[in-house]
Ligand binder design. Structure first.
Ligand SMILES: NC(=O)C1=CN([C@@H]2O[C@H](COP(=O)(O)OP(=O)(O)OC[C@H]3O[C@@H](n4cnc5c(N)ncnc54)[C@H](OP(=O)(O)O)[C@@H]3O)[C@@H](O)[C@H]2O)C=CC1
Ligand SMILES: O=C(O)[C@H](O)CS(=O)(=O)O
Length: 488
């Protein structure tokens, strides 16, 4: 679909201009890059490929604007964020259509992403009013220790293509609530959702310079974010490789970092589990966004005595998945984002089959062509296979059977990643033991869906640092200042 053929109720939400320092700009150098529909590769729009001088301008404006923004009362900032939230919800159908066109996921999922993540703006609008400091008794009778919480300052955000809308409100919500400003670099495959959010931010009354969207080549923009002394913090969602690179580059300036990186989530089904519920959870956790979420079940461990029953029921559900254009009624799986994603899926399937895995369904590209790959289930998978070690980020469900609780915990924790994990069990003692033993920032017990604005989303190990959502989510955008008040 091209920009002009997307049937939007409000066509002004779709823009091919970047939003810098409160102005909508074309590329000063004339350089642009193409945004295409992953369904058929058709051109949607060309957006500015901005160079570092424009990014510097956005940072300068963010620095000036932040000081004024931080001086507003929490209630004033909350009102702006709440208006932004209301506008997103009111325009959710259009935002979902833009999202599906540039990213490929089914429209219902896109709308779910838009609305459930707009909730982070609403949540943090409320949290803005609860950034409480502290008074601590002093070291002697004439002293008091006063603890203030102040905004970190100018924040740079980098977001991925798999949640082109939701990852932005998750970062902007706490940042703006805390009194920070933000310059966002969205993924080059999906910048149109970010720009549409900027249209609504402007309408909501976010002051000029407080929120900018810079589009362009990742590395120069990333370098500017890391080396510009005016940037106090970088918040990133994406691959562990890029997260590691940002950490190194930002080290000289000792910048604050929040990193939501890759995962390799174990999904464990114990013999006392409700098998139907476990299958439902596995379907949502594995196949949402065609397997392209950082919290996707990557390795499905099933206890020996229930592996046959679980697999049979899972296959029945997988056979009901329908591939197609995300805007078509009844489609549950869109295309993968690009050829690179298809190649990784092919590599993991080939490796599993070459090493003794048994293909139960799928295993090849779909007849639809392009970047469509069939939902695939492979049984007889082992810890040695690539699929057990690396994030597939595609619709591959590998089944690994296990004997004991001890064995499966060891296998689940045998990973450098520690983002999400899931397990299904009914024995309460087991629920406590396993929840505590899994090395992950998040554990879903008898559920395949764990993210919402009230919960602290984030990982341990090489899955990153910092949390998004909940009362903890604002902490990464605040500094503590201690004031020693003497002479009392
Ligand atoms: N945790 C998560 O949610 C995600 C994890 N991933 C994992 O990463 C794999 C690869 O996906 P990919 O899209 O390449 O992820 P990347 O980490 O490359 O991209 C994520 C974001 O980082 C930007 N980026 C890339 N390189 C730099 C850089 N040097 N400096 C600053 N920004 C940079 C990208 O920009 P640009 O688009 O312009 O390259 C994009 O905005 C996936 O298969 C998956 O395993 C991917 C996406 C999200
Ligand atoms: O991939 C991600 O960043 C998350 O999985 C998105 S969600 O699970 O929070 O929707």
């Amino acid at each position: 679909m091209t920009a002009s053929t997307i049937p939007l109720k409000d066509p002004s939400l779709l823009t091919d201009k970047a939003f810098v320092a409160g102005e909508w700009i074309s590329s000063p150098t004339g350089k642009t890059f193409a945004v295409t529909d992953p369904f058929d590769g058709s051109l949607i729009a060309n957006v500015p490929d901005l160079d570092r001088t424009v990014v510097q301008k956005a940072i300068d404006a963010a620095e000036a604007a932040q000081k004024l923004w931080a001086r507003k009362t929490a209630k004033e900032r909350a009102q702006v964020l709440k208006r932004w939230y209301d506008l997103i919800v009111a325009n959710a159908d259009d935002l979902a259509l833009i999202l599906t066109t540039e990213q490929g996921k089914p429209l219902a999922e896109a709308k779910g992403e838009v609305v459930s993540n707009a909730a982070y703006l609403e949540w943090f609008a409320e949290e803005a009013k609860r950034i409480d400091g502290d008074i601590i008794p002093g070291a002697n009778p004439g002293q008091r220790i006063m603890v203030l919480k102040q905004p970190v300052g100018v924040c740079a955000a980098i977001t991925p293509w798999n949640f082109p809308n939701g990852m932005i409100t998750r970062k902007a919500g706490p940042a703006l609530a805390a009194g920070c400003s933000m310059i966002l670099k969205p993924a080059s495959q999906t910048p149109l959702s970010a720009l549409a959010l900027a249209v609504l931010a402007e309408r909501a009354g976010v002051p000029k310079g407080v929120f900018s969207v810079v589009t362009g080549e990742a590395k120069p923009i990333g370098l500017e974010f890391c080396h510009n002394p005016k940037v106090a913090k970088i918040t990133f969602t994406g691959s562990t490789g890029v997260g590691r690179w940002l950490m190194k580059e930002a080290a000289d300036g000792i910048k604050r970092l929040s990193l939501e990186l890759g995962g390799n989530a174990p999904f464990i089904v114990f013999d006392d589990a409700d098998i139907d519920a476990a299958v439902a959870g596995a379907m949502i956790s594995k196949f949402r966004n065609a397997g392209q979420t950082c919290v996707c079940a990557n390795r499905i461990y099933v206890q020996e005595s229930v592996v046959e029953a679980f697999t049979e029921k899972l296959l029945a559900k997988v056979s009901g998945l329908r591939l197609g254009r995300g805007t078509e009624e009844g489609v549950s799986q869109g295309p993968l984002i690009d050829e690179r994603a298809v190649a990784k899926m092919e590599e993991h399937v080939a490796d599993a089959l070459a090493n003794g895995g048994r293909l139960l369904t799928g295993g090849s590209k779909s007849d639809l062509g392009g970047n469509f790959y069939q939902p695939t289930v492979i049984a007889g998978v082992t810890q040695a296979m690539k699929v057990a070690k690396e994030e597939t980020f595609a619709p591959l469900a590998p089944i690994i059977s296990f004997k004991t609780e001890e064995d499966v915990i060891a296998m689940a924790n045998d990973s450098e990643f520690g983002l999400a994990s899931y397990f299904y069990a009914r024995d309460m003692a087991r629920v406590w033991r396993v929840s505590e033993a899994l090395e992950a920032g998040m554990v879903g017990v008898n559920t395949g869906m764990i993210a919402n604005e009230m919960a602290p989303f984030g990982g341990i190990k090489q899955s990153g640092m910092g949390r998004e959502g909940s009362k903890y989510g604002i902490e990464g955008f605040l500094e503590l200042k201690y004031v020693c008040v003497a002479g009392i």
